[in-house]
Design a protein around this ligand. Structure first.
Ligand SMILES: [Zn+2]
Length: 363
C-alpha cells in the first residue's frame, strides 16, 4: 500500500492503522490519542512511528488486530461436549483419537490392554475417563511422539507403570529435562520399532530432526492412520516458525514425506479435526509459495533504504530494517491467495515470513 493510500485508509479505518502506525518504535504510541497517531502517520518515512511503505493491512507482530479474520468452515471440526472437555473419535479397528480440539492423542485397544500415544496435559486428567468410554482394559504401553511437554507432560496422570517407548533422541532430551512429569522411556530405538500387541500393530519410525530431534511418525497399517505431530495443521496456518521447527529444511522434507505415506486419516497432534492428503498438499503449497516469495524478496530488497543516516554504521539496525522490508514483501505476496485458504492466516503470517527468511539466509 502506498503512503497516500495508507493515509486514506487511516481516515476510513482509523483504529487499525493507528496501531500499524505505532508499531515501528514503541508500543507506548499505541495509547496516544488518535489525532497524535494520525499526525505520526503523516510524517515522512524514517520518523518515529511511521510505518514502512507498502505496509500490509494485517497487523505486524506486536500490534493488535481490531478483529482477526473469521474462521472458515473447512477448519472447523466436531464440537466438544462442553461439560466433558474432550471427545473420543473412532479411527477404526481398535484405534481412537482423544482431543480437546486443540491437542490430539491416540489410544489403541488390544486383547489384553491399551497402548497410548502421547498424553497432552491440557486434557490428561480426563484420559482414563476417555478410555473407559471404550474399554476397561489396563493401560500397558505409552508411546511418546516427541519430548515436548505440551504433548507428553500428562504422562503421570495415566496412573500405573506403562512401558514407555520413544526414539533415543527423545530419551536424551528427557534425561536433560529431568522432569518428573515426563518419565524416561524404557524402550528406545534409533530408526524403526514395531509395537506388536495381540493382533494389533503400530510402526514407529524416525525421519530426522524437523520439528524436534526424536519426533517420530506413528503408523497404524491396518487402520491406515498416520500420527505425525507438530508438522501438518489441517486447515490451519502452522503454529509460529513452522510449528516451532528446530530444523526448517528438515521440516519441509518431512511434510513432503507425509504426503507419500498411504494414510486415510492423519492425526497431526493439533487443532480440531483429523487431516487428509488434501490438507497436506494445501500446506505444502502454502509453504512453497512462502519460500518463493521470501527468496524473491531477499533478492530484490536493497539494504538501508529509508534509514536515518546516523544508523547506517549500526549493522544490527541495517539488518533489522532490511529484514522488516523483506517480511513486508513476503506478507504482501502471499496474502491475496492464502488469507481465506488457511484458518488463522492473519494470526501468524508475519512470524512465518520472518522464520522463512532466516532459514533461507543461513540454512
Ligand atoms: Zn512439539
Amino acid at each position: 500500500m502506498s503512503q497516500r493510500r495508507l493515509r486514506s485508509e487511516i481516515r476510513r479505518s482509523p483504529t487499525k492503522f493507528a496501531a500499524a502506525a505505532a508499531f515501528a518504535i514503541a508500543v507506548s504510541f499505541a495509547s496516544v490519542p488518535m489525532t497524535a497517531a494520525l499526525a505520526q502517520s503523516e510524517a515522512p518515512a524514517g520518523q518515529p512511528g511511521t510505518p514502512y511503505p507498502e505496509m500490509p493491512e494485517i497487523a505486524p507482530i506486536g500490534v493488535r488486530m481490531d478483529r482477526y479474520l473469521a474462521l472458515p468452515d473447512f477448519a472447523k471440526g466436531p464440537q466438544l461436549e462442553a461439560s466433558k472437555g474432550y471427545r473420543v473419535q473412532r479411527l477404526g479397528d481398535g484405534l481412537y483419537m482423544v482431543t480437546d480440539n486443540i491437542y490430539q492423542s491416540m489410544f489403541l485397544v488390544y486383547d489384553k490392554g491399551v497402548v497410548i500415544v502421547d498424553a497432552p496435559p491440557s486434557y490428561s486428567a480426563h484420559m482414563k475417563q476417555a478410555i473407559a468410554e471404550v474399554t476397561d482394559r489396563p493401560i500397558t504401553h505409552l508411546i511418546y511422539s516427541h519430548a515436548h511437554i505440551d504433548h507428553i507432560g500428562g504422562a503421570t496422570d495415566l496412573g500405573g507403570k506403562p512401558i514407555i517407548i520413544a526414539q533415543e533422541e527423545t530419551a536424551r532430551l528427557l534425561a536433560r529435562a529431568n522432569d518428573p512429569k515426563r518419565p524416561l522411556p524404557v524402550i528406545t530405538f534409533k530408526n524403526r520399532y514395531t509395537v506388536k500387541v495381540g493382533s494389533r500393530t503400530l510402526e514407529l519410525s524416525y525421519h530426522g530432526a524437523g520439528h524436534e530431534p526424536g519426533n517420530i511418525f506413528i503408523w497404524a497399517p491396518k487402520q491406515k492412520v498416520l500420527m505425525a505431530v507438530d508438522l501438518v495443521f489441517p486447515g490451519w496456518m502452522p503454529w509460529p516458525r513452522f510449528g516451532d521447527a528446530q530444523d526448517v529444511p528438515g521440516y519441509f522434507e518431512q511434510v513432503a514425506e507425509i504426503d507419500k505415506i498411504p494414510f486415510e486419516i492423519l492425526v497431526g497432534g493439533h487443532v480440531n479435526r483429523v487431516g487428509t492428503h488434501a490438507d497436506v498438499r494445501t500446506q505444502l503449497e502454502f509453504m512453497n509459495d512462502l519460500k518463493s516469495a521470501t527468496a524473491a524478496a531477499l533478492r530484490t530488497t536493497p539494504v538501508g533504504v529509508g534509514m536515518n543516516d546516523a544508523d547506517k554504521a549500526n549493522p544490527w539496525a541495517l539488518s533489522d530494517n532490511y529484514l522488516d522490508r523483506v517480511a513486508i514483501k513476503c506478507v504482501n505476496a502471499v496474502t491475496p491467495k492464502w488469507k481465506s485458504r488457511l484458518a488463522g492466516f492473519d494470526v501468524f503470517i508475519w512470524d512465518q515470513c520472518y522464520a522463512m527468511q532466516q532459514s533461507l539466509r543461513i540454512d
